[in-house]
Design a protein around this ligand. Sequence first.
Ligand SMILES: *[C@@H]1O[C@H](CO)[C@@H](O)[C@H](O)[C@H]1NC(C)=O
Ligand SMILES: *[C@@H]1O[C@H](CO)[C@@H](O)[C@H](O)[C@H]1NC(C)=O
Ligand SMILES: *[C@@H]1O[C@H](CO)[C@@H](O)[C@H](O)[C@H]1NC(C)=O
Ligand SMILES: *[C@@H]1O[C@H](CO)[C@@H](O)[C@H](O)[C@H]1NC(C)=O
Ligand SMILES: *[C@@H]1O[C@H](CO)[C@@H](O)[C@H](O)[C@H]1NC(C)=O
Ligand SMILES: *[C@@H]1O[C@H](CO)[C@@H](O)[C@H](O)[C@H]1NC(C)=O
Length: 390
Amino acid sequence: MSPKVISLSGLIPVVLLLFAHLNNPHTSFLRALLDLATPSLPFHLLTVGYFSNDHCLPDEYNPLCDDFPPDFPPPDMAETSIFCVDPNGCCDFTKVQDAVDAVPRSSHKRNVVWINKGIYFEKVTVPATKPNITFQGQGFDLTAIAWNDTANSSHGTFYSASVTVFAAGFVAKNISFINVAPIPRPGAVDAQAVALRIGGDQAAFWGCGFFGAQDTLHDDRGRHYFKECFIQGSIDFIFGDARSLYENCRLISIADPVPAGVRTITGAITAHARESDGDNTGYSFVNCSIGGTGRIWLGRAWRPYSRVVFAYTLMSDIIASEGWNDWNDPSRDQSVFYGEYKCTGDGANLAGRVPYSLKLSDEQALPYLNTSYIDGDRWLKPYCDSLISA
Ligand SMILES: *[C@@H]1O[C@H](CO)[C@@H](O)[C@H](O)[C@H]1NC(C)=O
Ligand SMILES: *[C@@H]1O[C@H](CO)[C@@H](O)[C@H](O)[C@H]1NC(C)=O
Ligand SMILES: *[C@@H]1O[C@H](CO)[C@@H](O)[C@H](O)[C@H]1NC(C)=O
Ligand SMILES: *[C@@H]1O[C@H](CO)[C@@H](O)[C@H](O)[C@H]1NC(C)=O
Ligand SMILES: *[C@@H]1O[C@H](CO)[C@@H](O)[C@H](O)[C@H]1NC(C)=O
Ligand SMILES: *[C@@H]1O[C@H](CO)[C@@H](O)[C@H](O)[C@H]1NC(C)=O
């Protein structure tokens, strides 16, 4: 292990000591992150550089940059520009937002914000004027953007996200989005805390992490693709009115555990917000797995035409037998579309499901099973071709 990087694994007290010793303002963030840590969190792998930027004087030898690729970032190309971010000042930017600010407006190139390993404690916005941006991290357990706003501190759940994307054509690879606000206790008001809000059309996430509790992932509007992502939360932890396909993702509940025999519900995975019959929105989960704690619903009907499908998904016994909830509004039973198809595991037993949920036929399931559901053939392919993992 390189001496300039400390693994949190088994060394947490050492890291905290170092942060405290350096009087680093990020100490409390890390503490909050560790409070959030559950056995399901992969952050035993997380490594962080522990020196502050003050140690990186320009033009001076900086040992932290030793293993930095000397020819990086590469020069601009006709199709791509790279904006390099490193917390220790080894390339052009130390903050992700500064790199985003440097991307030209309305660019037709792909602008790759290459983000070195580390936790970036900042609130980031990608405005609608900056389409075609990629956030390239080094691994969802190595690169993370974290902040701690809540619905209360930001005057509304919609503004609480650590990272907010309004632009079209956004791509993120191998990076985590974290909200480290305290986990809401029962009865807490306005404690919802979003990690990522994606409001732009044609967005794709490969190998990303989303960490929070209530309202982790605001999958707001547009067509979105999530592949091999890790999504952690408690109540309504994927919510919004987007049309999204989630493939091979791990959904981890940190909802309050419920003693055996008690029927309390402590969370829900989705709260989809389709408003009317004409809206072509919905969430489709294919070949995902559901685990963690609590006794939770697959979804509840935030809006009357809420639409969610789970297919080929492995469900642990944390899924309540009734499966779904109509937001305590029986009139929504007629308009929601809640379907399951060939799921497995203790939570996938359809015998106790609410009467308005559907066991999908092959024909009913077909539109939800591949990227055609999000018109992927029209926009997803070029993103796959331009993978940059330097
Ligand atoms: C993104 O870039 C492509 C070319 O690479 C361009 O065709 C497209 O219009 C851009 N997207 C937006 C929203 O500007
Ligand atoms: C976020 O963390 C900072 C640093 O610990 C703290 O001062 C601030 O109050 C926190 N914000 C919220 C909304 O909890
Ligand atoms: C909400 O924020 C206000 C300041 O905007 C603060 O005074 C109040 O204590 C906060 N409430 C909670 C529950 O955090
Ligand atoms: C389903 O997901 C698992 C785990 O992510 C993966 O190993 C497997 O290849 C996936 N199967 C298909 C058919 O995509
Ligand atoms: C998705 O499935 C549909 C129905 O089977 C099929 O027509 C379409 O070609 C498939 N799309 C992709 C991208 O595989
Ligand atoms: C993500 O990181 C893994 C190794 O951690 C690498 O194999 C993979 O190619 C990366 N993928 C992307 C899209 O960056």
